[in-house]
Ligand binder design. Structure first.
Ligand SMILES: NC(=O)c1ccc[n+]([C@@H]2O[C@H](COP(=O)([O-])OP(=O)(O)OC[C@H]3O[C@@H](n4cnc5c(N)ncnc54)[C@H](O)[C@@H]3O)[C@@H](O)[C@H]2O)c1
Length: 698
């Protein structure tokens, strides 16, 4: 090998005999920063001018070009060649260009690789066009080139889900030409060998843009697209990007390459400049920002969690245990008696058996990592214990007293309480610094959010460990402070209070639910209550017709479980229908309360459901319960079904305009009253100064 030549700050040119290697070194993930683009362009040109007979594009470090440099999305990068010029230089090169791929080739990275004449990759490499997850589509020819290699059905699936595929799947689908067994070091040799073969065998300069055989199979086949759209309709409801990706693939099937590129460019710009992608990109960064806790040093020592204890194998405990077992951490679950334990463990087993991604063998492996017990002293060797018993302060305190006796010094003691005061729980132990809240969401093995609740005395190490373990088990973690209901439930209570009020004033449960459904939530509060069961916490003897919920229970309406709640449910399909009986019960109740019913507009419903949440969010920030406005959005998007294409309540409020919202809150406060309509001083001052909730950090 001759001396490498520096082409740009992140690209160098190497030579091995007849073959030139354009090597990208832009840590940590070789993102397509401007100097990478410039380097690739200059590297290809220079290699050709230097008489290379073939060119290998390869990357240093842990991955191939992993994608666009999203820090350049907002503009501001120095002027350099555009990606398209790089791609043209590769595609039109007079000698074969081979992309050598390890790690991940995603988004713009894959779009670069698609402009090589051939692609070779190590077995462990992954490929994908995940733009859809940021509300975008691949805007550098990916929508036109991918279907030409893998065919329309696979491209549809890959681009509307953003799924990453393996080398084996990529080879099978025609995306790559060879798989190299071995580590990334073997890739260089294999790619050079491939390049030499391309020279000696005079392999054609295959431009993906010229290939037609696979897209031709779908040409004019409208039904294929109709069926595909129908198949993903439920999952992608409300999102623009999946539909735009599909339209691009339709163009790839039906139009010449350059015309398809034009469609791609137009739709890309629409998404890029539209509110949905802005919200989704915001949400992406918000999740990352949530990991940073001011005052907790990066090198804070972590508790080494090798064994976890879970107390209670009910709805939450079983799911919580699954999270740890899934990453290979053994769990001891303790229940109060053998029957409850058996029941809890059998639900866990059933959950695994039902999951399509777990093989029979894996089910056994995972179950083998769980030890059931009815004796809390089995927690003695656990590094961390999570309590998930009934929501009752006296019970939780008595349990934490016991855990304090049993658990080894330094063990992390967490409560999964949904709303109780973590400080009061910590106070009964001799080690409040070890106590913290870890609020999982139901189903705990599925829901992404982990709302961690830092007590006044939780140590830095406990705080840092809680965040780290959340990451390890694949959760999106947010650290919040102690207050009733924390961030998520506290705001949910405000929404619920107005929902209840509005059905007395004349909105129907179906209207309220529908407004939220149309906004993008999976369901509204009344469907949600029916699903959970109206009789949670309801006792027949104590029931005094004091709320609509009590009235419904008294009338034998317990929710989905008995087919009758706010709605009536079809016994076969479980489809919900509004029930005149419920409307009458509500009317009668309203009359009893002296409330006159009227027509409530959908706009009023929306404002009265969501503005109190915005107001409460601002109060949460004022009180420093949330570290930053974007953390609140992370909670709502990942734990409560707020549509990510609307960013979260803080981002959404900013997009409406805080002054507008303040005006409305003042109006509702005057006409309706109620503590939750009391205007947050922070909201008022941000509205006055043109500030934002989403960027606020107290
Ligand atoms: N269900 C949810 O949606 C949800 C969501 C987030 C948080 N939480 C919180 O999680 C906790 C548990 O809720 P859940 O829904 O799983 O309740 P659950 O009733 O389904 O389960 C509680 C389990 O704890 C067991 N238990 C009670 N006392 C015990 C003791 N002394 N020793 C051992 N086991 C004991 C019970 O037998 C039961 O199996 C509560 O604090 C709740 O507020 C629940």
């Amino acid at each position: 090998m001759s001396e490498p030549i520096t082409v740009s700050e992140s690209v160098r040119l190497e030579r091995e005999g007849d073959i030139s290697l354009v090597v990208v070194a832009n840590p940590p993930v070789n993102a397509l920063s401007w100097h990478v683009r410039q380097g690739l362009f200059d590297g290809i040109t220079r290699a050709t001018n230097d008489g290379a007979k073939a060119i290998v594009v390869i990357c240093d470090g842990r991955t191939f070009i992993a994608g666009a440099d999203i820090s350049e999305f907002g503009g501001g990068a120095p002027h350099a060649v555009g990606l398209q010029e790089v791609q043209t230089a590769m595609e039109d090169a007079s000698v074969p260009v081979i992309a050598a791929i390890h790690g991940t080739a995603l988004g713009g990275g894959l779009e670069v690789a698609l402009c090589a004449h051939y692609r070779v990759a190590v077995t462990s490499a992954k490929f994908g066009l995940p733009e859809v997850n940021l509300g975008l589509l691949p805007g550098a020819g990916g929508t036109q080139r991918l279907p030409r290699l893998v065919g329309v059905p696979k491209a549809l699936e890959m681009m509307t889900t953003g799924r990453h595929i393996s080398s084996v799947e990529a080879l099978d689908g025609g995306l790559i030409d060879d798989v190299v067994d071995g580590d990334p070091a073997a890739l260089r040799d294999a790619a050079i060998a491939f390049a030499n073969r391309a020279v000696t065998e005079d392999l054609p300069l295959l431009r993906v843009r010229d290939r037609d055989e696979k897209v031709a199979q779908a040409r004019g086949d409208d039904q294929l697209f109709v069926d595909f759209r129908r198949g993903i309709a439920r999952k992608t409801r409300g999102f623009l990007a999946p539909e735009y990706n599909i339209q691009c693939i339709e163009a790839a099937a039906n139009l010449p390459f350059d015309a398809g590129l034009k469609v791609e460019g137009k739709l890309f710009m629409e998404l890029m400049t539209g509110p949905q992608s802005a919200a989704q990109r915001y949400a992406f960064f918000a999740e990352r920002a949530a990991n940073k806790i001011p005052g907790i040093a990066k090198d804070t020592s972590l508790i080494d969690v090798r064994k976890v204890g879970v107390l209670g194998a009910g709805t939450m405990g079983g799911g919580i245990a699954m999270n740890f077992v899934n990453v290979g951490i053994p769990v001891t679950i303790v229940e109060r008696d053998a029957a409850a334990l058996d029941m809890g463990l059998s639900v866990v087993r059933k959950n695994y058996e039902r999951s399509r991604s777990t093989t029979a063998e894996q089910v056994e492996q995972r179950m083998a990592l769980i030890t059931g017990s009815i004796d809390k002293s089995d927690f003695a060797d656990c590094d961390m214990v999570i309590e998930a018993v009934f929501e009752d302060m006296a019970l939780k305190q008595s349990i934490f007293r016991e855990l304090d006796e049993i658990c080894k010094p330094g063990a992390l003691l967490a409560s999964n309480t949904s709303a109780l005061d973590v400080n009061e729980i910590a106070a009964v132990t001799s080690r409040p610094e070890s106590v913290i809240g870890m609020h999982f969401f139901s189903p705990a093995n599925v829901m992404k959010l982990l709302e961690n609740v830092r007590g006044a005395k939780s140590s830095d190490s406990v705080v840092a460990t809680t965040m780290a373990i959340g990451k390890k088990i694949g959760k999106v973690s947010v650290m919040v402070g102690v207050c009733p209901g924390f961030v998520g439930n506290r705001m949910l209570f405000m929404r619920g209070a107005e929902a209840e009020r509005m059905i007395l004033e004349g909105a129907t449960p179906a209207q309220v639910d529908n407004v939220l459904y149309e906004f993008g939530f999976p369901m509204g509060p009344f469907s949600m209550s029916d699903l959970a069961g109206l009789d949670i916490g309801w006792k027949e003897q104590a029931s005094s017709s004091s709320t609509i919920r009590e009235v419904l229970c008294e009338n034998g309406r317990r929710g989905q479980k008995n087919g009758r709640g706010y709605y009536t449910y079809d016994s076969d399909t479980r489809a919900a229908t509004p029930d005149p009986e419920v409307e009458q019960l509500i009317k009668d109740f309203a009359v009893g309360q002296g409330i006159e019913q009227r027509d409530v507009t959908d706009q009023e419903v929306l404002e009265r459901l969501l503005y109190p949440m915005v107001n409460e969010g601002a109060k949460i920030l004022e009180e420093k319960i949330a570290i930053r406005g974007s953390d609140i959005d992370v909670v709502w998007v990942n734990g409560y079904g707020w549509p990510v294409y609307r960013g979260g309540p803080m981002h959404w409020a900013d997009s409406i305009g805080l002054a507008e919202i303040v005006g409305k809150i003042e109006g509702y406060s005057a006409s309706l009253g109620g503590g939750h309509w009391e205007l947050s001083p922070l909201l008022q001052s941000l509205a006055g100064s043109g500030g934002q909730l989403q960027t606020y950090s107290g």
